[in-house]
Design a protein around this ligand. Sequence first.
Ligand code: TXA
Ligand code: MG
Length: 311
Amino acid sequence: MKIHEAVALIQRGEVVAFPTETVYGLGADAHNPEAIQKIFKVKGRPADNPLIIHLANLQEVAEFALEVPKPARQLMEKCWPGPLTLIFKKKPGVPDTATAGLPTVALRIPDHPVALELLRQTGPLAAPSANRSGSPSPTKAEHVRRDFGDDFPVLDGGMSNIGLESTVLDVSETPFTILRPGKYTAGQLSEICGENIVRIPKTSGKPRSPGIQYTHYKPRASVKWYDSTVSDIDKSRTLLITHTRNPDNFPHHIHMNGDYEKFARELYDLFRTADYQSLSLILIEHLPEHPIHPLLEALQNRIDKAAVQEP
Ligand code: TXA
Ligand code: MG
């Protein structure tokens, strides 16, 4: 579909999927609670999981954020447009449907020409990833159509360049806290804004980011780390993903050759392709323990979540 058609749908209070540099988003007018409600309905998303509001420029931040701490402004200026979502105290009047009733709001300017053109014409869009709740985020228009049907309105902007969702950083209180790891690491963000940045503790009581409690990023095939505890493998129904090793006899084998950007870009597409081919197992070689690449923490996080065994 064309941008002007997407703009018309959004203005009529409908939802439209659009490309970003991280993953595809499912957008609705951020000022229209009924339109936002449709996102939850289409995705099957629990109402207590808030959405990110996507903006075209820094001026629009003032419509949603109650205050912008100085170090957060530095992050906005250096990292936007880009794969960083910032959580602010929200202004009264921001629809509760978008923020799931929280006193905070998540904002980001995506770094994708099609998204930016759309946002310039529609104004701010509330948008989660454009997948059905529980399945991996889409990195291609085709993934969105697989989840929602061939007639679903999608702006095709090619394959998402990063392939993993944005880093989510809570700047509504100090210390600034990473709620979801992404391409921007704590070290890089701290360097940019001069603030101490902490990671959310693994075992905290009430989740600070409601999304964290839900099963995410999961293909139908079971995902396992490739080590000696995995036995009885039916290789014909297994996808093996490695980055250093090159084992024989796996008919479905992808070797990333230490290219972690490619690994991140292609991970969800590989998850989905395994499902489309009805494979039953995805084995992934353990990642290096030392953060020799900025994307490793995010990759580890997404694969760990996909590898969680349901009770
Ligand atoms: O890269 C991305 O962030 C993509 C693209 C489309 O922008 N979007 C995305 O949205 O991943 P979603 O809805 O799938 O993930 C948003 C995450 C969820 O874990 C949600 O709980 C959290 O951000 N979040 C949103 N608003 C929040 C808030 N006010 N406080 C804490 N966490 C929040
Ligand atoms: Mg999502």
